[in-house]
Design a protein around this ligand. Structure first.
Ligand code: AQP
Length: 339
């Protein structure tokens, strides 16, 4: 019997910015899913340092966090032999394609992006052009790899929609060039809210350390942060429209334990917020303990991380270079070397 030809794997691209230590929001919304999808897809995961400088960074911190973020990816279960793990700034094709896509993106489209509006409010003294064109760089990240699927948290879905619009527009002008990607958000944990203000998204760059739980927080800190999480008036562990704090904690508890919200409500019937917060803290800490141990092992060997960066950069450039060459030819740039 003839062997069936193996079906070509579809491609995934996703990224996180080294703009702080990654949080349980980044983990539940994105990285945990990357690990679940890695067997079935050809995966490119990058450390988005070009994106990070849209907000002012201390250079030494940014460099250190770039290594940390790569180590966190692996500690969270991304196998460096099965995935292409790389640093965005080491693949210049991202910035090159971003410029071209800037010229195919409308000012009005970028003005509508809610992340731009939020971040311009937060950093009113530094509303730079990079913050404004962040979504076209993100479109370049995705389109360079001809990604079919982009697993992200809820907050990035608007940027994926814009990426789809830009890709479709370009394809309509020049003929098929880019794969039009689909966004993919998880069933639980797609939007983890701040523990200090549950009406706001949890963000790694939040200046209030009680607002987030980082993937690397020690066990006692994780438990303490959940114990001091802001909850709502009342004392029943039950979801409700006017209960953003409890809604958030139930969602986090379910994301870490795999239980349904109904199960969680039943489990804590007759118990108070104190017992529930302790249980959420324990569940999160149990999941994070092995990640932190693996992270410590990985960061002890900087040479290993650098070798991985080099390997990832080469693989990324091979794929990205092909797409960029095609795009440059289509828009009419003179080229002397073939790909
Ligand atoms: N609170 C969240 N809940 C669920 N998913 C989240 N993500 C971020 N925050 C949450 C997802 O994590 C991935 C990486 O995010 P990013 O680093 O590229 O940028 P971000 O979305 O701006 O994340 P932060 O933590 O809020 O960073 P800062 O503070 O620097 O702006 C993305 O898939 C994102 O959806």
């Amino acid at each position: 019997m003839n062997a069936q030809p193996e079906e070509k794997k579809k491609t995934i691209l996703s990224a996180a910015q080294p703009s702080g230590i990654l949080t349980i929001g980044n983990y539940l919304g994105a990285i945990r899913n990357w690990a679940l999808l890695q067997e079935r897809y050809d995966c490119y995961f990058c450390v988005a340092d070009l994106h990070a400088i849209t907000v002012r960074q201390v250079p030494a911190d940014l460099r250190r966090r770039t290594y940390e973020t790569l180590a966190i990816y692996i500690a969270c279960g991304l196998d460096p032999e099965k995935n292409h793990l790389f640093v965005q700034s080491q693949v210049p094709e991202h910035a090159q394609l971003a410029w071209i896509l800037d010229c195919y993106t409308q000012f009005g489209e970028l003005s509508r992006m809610t992340q731009f509006k939020d971040k311009s409010q937060k950093h009113a003294d530094n509303i730079n052009a990079g913050l404004f064109t962040y979504p076209t760089l993100m479109a370049a990240d995705i389109l360079l790899y001809q990604a079919d699927l982009v697993p992200v948290g809820q907050d990035q879905m608007q940027h994926i929609e814009l990426t789809r619009d830009i890709a479709t527009r370009f394809n309509n002008i020049y003929g098929p060039t880019f794969t039009v990607p689909e966004g993919f958000i998880p069933k639980t944990g797609a939007r983890v809210m701040s523990l200090a203000d549950p009406t706001k998204k949890m963000s790694k760059s939040d200046e209030n350390p009680r607002a987030w739980v980082s993937i690397l927080d020690p066990r006692d800190v994780v438990i303490k942060k959940f114990r001091s999480a802001v909850t709502d008036s009342g004392c029943e562990v039950r979801r409700g429209e006017d209960k953003p704090g409890i809604n958030n904690l139930i969602a986090i508890y379910c994301a870490f334990t795999g239980k349904t919200p109904e199960d969680a409500e039943k489990e804590f019937e007759g118990k108070g917020y104190g017992d529930f917060k302790a249980a959420v803290g324990e569940a999160a800490a149990d999941a994070l303990d092995p990640i932190r141990t693996e992270y410590a092992r990985l960061t002890a060997d900087k040479g290993y991380l650098e070798a991985l960066m080099k390997q990832g950069k080469e693989a990324a450039q091979r794929r990205a270079g092909r797409t960029l060459f095609k795009v440059m030819r289509k828009v009419g740039f003179a080229q002397t070397d073939g790909k």
